[in-house]
Design a protein around this ligand. Structure first.
Ligand SMILES: [Zn+2]
Ligand SMILES: [Zn+2]
Ligand SMILES: [Zn+2]
Length: 274
């Protein structure tokens, strides 16, 4: 399995348009970027390409990395930064099966799959494939499982992508607080690579109107507000899940520049062979 991190930023990305903070300036100087969430996964046995989330930066990401277009996609949740790139497939692909959860979200009255179908009903290219969380399904030669996480107020999912021949496993936390349910933790455990949401360092919780929560034994918040993990939360999750390697994704420009490009924070274009 070959994994390319197409987009490792939060919804505004880094550099953030109109921002001249030290971190955005440092990103421009270094020529690094964190565009909106997407992961490109190649099954090296079959050559199939699975896309995890459809970033609004889809076109730029595929041009930049020179990677093959997807044979299928999985959508974790309906926020703009994970979904709104799907329109890019118009005139680019003849057919794209898009897998998403089938549970009705009380907040929207629709499942993620139904929202994708409604928003892209004008595109014949997009064929929506509803799937039940915790039930693995085969796509692009991978066994893929959607697992519920915690990203209020919307139903949101993490992902496990396993290559059956080799046992290589990629786990994605999805957008989530530290309150990942135990049954989902069990599914995400022992991955070769974990990509975990770590939007800001815990110190930034002082500036969130709701502060932080899910503090560790030293009082360090592992959740920023209610929707995302802190970097410390992502590290603690990787530890709990016994991940072989962690890259922190969904990273905001609000990390101080000396921390923003240091381990274990990912930047766009990183590749992994699992
Ligand atoms: Zn900035
Ligand atoms: Zn989100
Ligand atoms: Zn997001």
């Amino acid at each position: 399995m070959r994994v390319t991190l197409l987009g490792t930023g939060d919804t505004a990305g880094t550099p953030r348009p109109g921002c001249d903070c030290d971190t955005c300036l440092a990103a421009r100087e270094r020529g690094v970027e964190r565009t909106r969430s997407s992961v490109h996964v190649v099954n090296e046995s079959t050559g199939d390409v699975l896309l995890l989330d459809a970033s609004p930066d889809f076109r730029q990401q595929f041009l930049r990395e020179g990677v093959s277009l997807p044979d299928a996609a999985v959508i974790t949740h309906i926020h703009f930064d994970h979904l709104d790139g799907l329109g890019n497939v118009y005139r680019l692909l003849d057919h794209l099966p898009v897998y998403a959860a089938d549970e009705t979200d009380p907040k929207t009255g629709e499942s993620v799959a139904e929202t994708v179908r409604r928003k892209y009903d004008y595109l014949d290219t997009v064929s929506v494939q509803p799937r039940t969380p915790h039930e693995s399904f085969r796509v692009c030669g991978f066994d893929v499982t959607l697992v519920p996480v915690d990203h209020p107020p919307l139903l949101t999912y993490g992902l496990v992508v396993e290559e059956p021949e080799t046992g290589a496993t990629l786990a994605l936390s999805g957008d989530t607080s530290y309150r990942v349910p135990e049954s989902s933790r069990d599914a995400l455990r022992d991955a070769d690579l974990l990509l975990a949401d770590g939007i800001v360092p815990a110190s930034l919780c002082d500036y969130h109107p709701l502060g932080g929560r899910d503090e560790d034994a030293d009082g360090v918040p592992r959740t920023f507000g209610t929707k995302h993990m802190t970097k410390e939360g992502a590290v603690a999750l990787a530890d709990d899940l016994n991940a072989e390697e962690l890259r922190v994704v969904h990273v905001a420009h609000r990390y101080p520049p000396e921390e923003a490009f240091a381990e274990p924070l990912a930047v766009d274009g990183e590749t992994f062979s699992l």
